[in-house]
Structure formats: structure tokens, C-alpha cells
Design a protein around this ligand. Structure first.
Ligand code: NDP
Length: 246
């Protein structure tokens, strides 16, 4: 299979979109490093994968903390001997109108979504540069492109991820490391389960394909970016949003 022998690190891989990405990459032959803040949470998902005959190991790291991400990458290198793919998927929301947004909510979202992506890229590029091969996919969002009332922190973090993706793509291209992003729209996960029925309806009314997306819809696009079919693609942002943004 096309990802045979490749080791893939997926942050926030224990549930939601991250778990679907893990399943899709494993189905193409990748060995999984499932990363979550809590080791137990990551281990529960890794154990589920192992029960299906998939090579999967759990690692703990809060992506907002550089030292934890560096340690996690060292552990992956020790356990798996290599690291070919990084999916920066871990993300959080702390919604509220800007006028009432607390500084702590701004800082927390930027720390996990934007700095967490920076931390991940910084920690993996040395082994990838040595190997002259790397595939990095960052999970952005449509709201990083179009904005969204009540999500100043989140949309700023995701717009930042898009700028970071393009800059990293330029800096690492000569080492055969591609860096791309996917921008999901309204995807059904625990994150969007927290939306009010009104907010959910408002999103649905903007989607030409007239349905919410699934984690598997996003996983397919990530699998494309890390596949040989995308070897000549870098610095791109692929919208997985049922046509919400055109
Ligand atoms: P979920 O909330 O369902 O899952 C997020 C995962 O990230 C959880 O496993 C969570 O761990 C983990 N996580 C959170 N904070 C950290 C951290 N500091 N360090 C490591 N892991 C962490 O979210 P989704 O699956 O919906 O979202 C995945 C990504 O997709 C996010 O980046 C999100 O912003 C993005 N996205 C989602 C959309 C949607 O509609 N759902 C739309 C656009 C983008 P734990 O279980 O321990 O909390």
C-alpha cells in the first residue's frame, strides 16, 4: 500500500476528525502515533486500532507546550525509528463575542491551535530534513478564511495556520517536505455538538451540498496530501466544506 513503512503522527488523534484521519492513514498502510494531552485517552484509541490489527502507539503531549511536543517526537523516533507524516489536528474553541472575550480565552485558543501547529512543525522538521522526506498537513478552518461572529480567537488562530502553512512550505520545499492545509467547514464532531441549534442551522443554510461534513470527509483530503499523488503539491489550502467557501 502507498503508505507502507511510513510513520504518521496525528495530534488530537484520539477522537473526532483526528481519529478518522488515523483510521484512513492506517488503511493506506501507515503506522500510527496517536497523540493526545492525556496518555490514557490516546492509549484507549491506540488499543482500539491495535485490536483491528493496526500498528498504533499512544503518546502524550499538550501541543501548546514546546518541551512536551519535542519529547513526544523523540519518543516516536525511539519507538518507531522514523517519522514521515505529521498531522497538526489538535484544536479547541472558546467562543464568545469579541467585546466580551476574556484574554484567557484568546490566549488558550491561539496557544493550542496556532502555537501548537508551530510547535509540531518545529519538532519534526529536523528528522524530516535528515530523511529528505516529510509530509505535514495542518487542520485550518473555513472561518480562518471567512471569519465568524463569536470566534475572533478561533478564526484568527486558523488564519494564522494558513499563513504558517505557506511559509513553512516555502522554507522546507528544498528538502522534499511538503506542508499543506485543509480547511474543514461544518463537520459533525464533539466540537460542533456544542453549537446551539440556531448556530447549526445558520451553518447548514450556507452549505450548497446541504449537509454537515463527516470526519471521514476531512480524512480523505488529508490522505490525499500525504499520498504520492500529491508529491508535487505544497503550500495549498483545500476546503472541505460542501461548497461553503468558493
Ligand atoms: P474535537 O474537540 O472532537 O477533538 C479535538 C482533539 O484534540 C481531542 O482529541 C482533544 O483531546 C485534542 N486536543 C485538544 N487540545 C489539545 C492539546 N492542547 N494538545 C493535544 N491534543 C489536544 O475536535 P474536532 O475533531 O472537531 O477538530 C479537530 C480539528 O479540526 C481542530 O483543529 C478543529 O479546530 C478543526 N476543525 C473542526 C471543524 C468541525 O466542524 N468540527 C471545522 C473546522 C476545523 P481531549 O479529548 O483530551 O480534549
Amino acid at each position: 500500500m502507498e503508505l507502507d513503512g511510513r510513520v504518521a503522527v496525528v495530534t488530537g488523534g484520539a477522537r473526532g476528525i483526528g481519529k478518522a484521519i488515523c483510521a484512513r492513514l492506517a488503511a493506506r498502510g501507515a503506522t500510527l502515533a496517536v497523540v493526545d494531552v492525556l496518555k490514557d485517552t490516546a492509549e484507549a484509541t491506540a488499543a482500539e486500532f491495535r485490536a483491528q490489527g493496526i500498528a498504533a502507539t499512544a503518546f502524550a503531549a499538550n501541543v501548546a507546550v514546546p518541551a512536551e511536543v519535542e519529547r513526544m517526537v523523540e519518543e516516536v523516533m525511539t519507538a518507531c525509528g522514523r517519522l514521515d507524516i505529521l498531522v497538526n489536528n489538535a484544536g479547541i474553541t472558546r467562543d464568545g463575542l469579541l467585546i466580551r472575550m476574556q484574554e484567557a480565552d484568546w490566549d488558550a485558543v491561539i496557544a493550542v491551535n496556532l502555537k501548537g501547529t508551530f510547535n509540531g512543525i518545529k519538532a519534526v522538521v529536523r528528522p524530516m530534513m535528515k530523511a529528505r522526506y516529510g509530509r505535514i498537513v495542518n487542520i485550518a478552518s473555513v472561518v480562518g478564511v471567512m471569519g465568524n461572529a463569536g470566534q475572533a480567537n478561533y478564526s484568527a488562530s486558523k488564519a494564522g495556520v494558513i499563513g504558517l502553512t505557506k511559509t513553512a512550505a516555502k522554507e522546507f520545499a528544498s528538502r522534499n517536505i511538503t506542508v499543506n492545509a485543509v480547511a474543514p467547514g461544518y463537520i459533525q464532531t464533539e466540537m460542533t455538538d456544542r453549537l446551539s441549534p440556531e448556530a447549526r442551522q445558520a451553518f447548514l443554510s450556507l452549505i450548497p451540498l446541504a449537509r454537515a461534513g463527516t470526519p471521514e470527509d476531512v480524512a480523505g483530503a488529508v490522505a490525499f496530501f500525504v499520498s504520492p499523488a500529491a508529491d508535487y503539491i505544497t503550500g495549498q489550502v483545500l476546503h472541505i466544506d460542501g461548497g461553503m467557501v468558493m
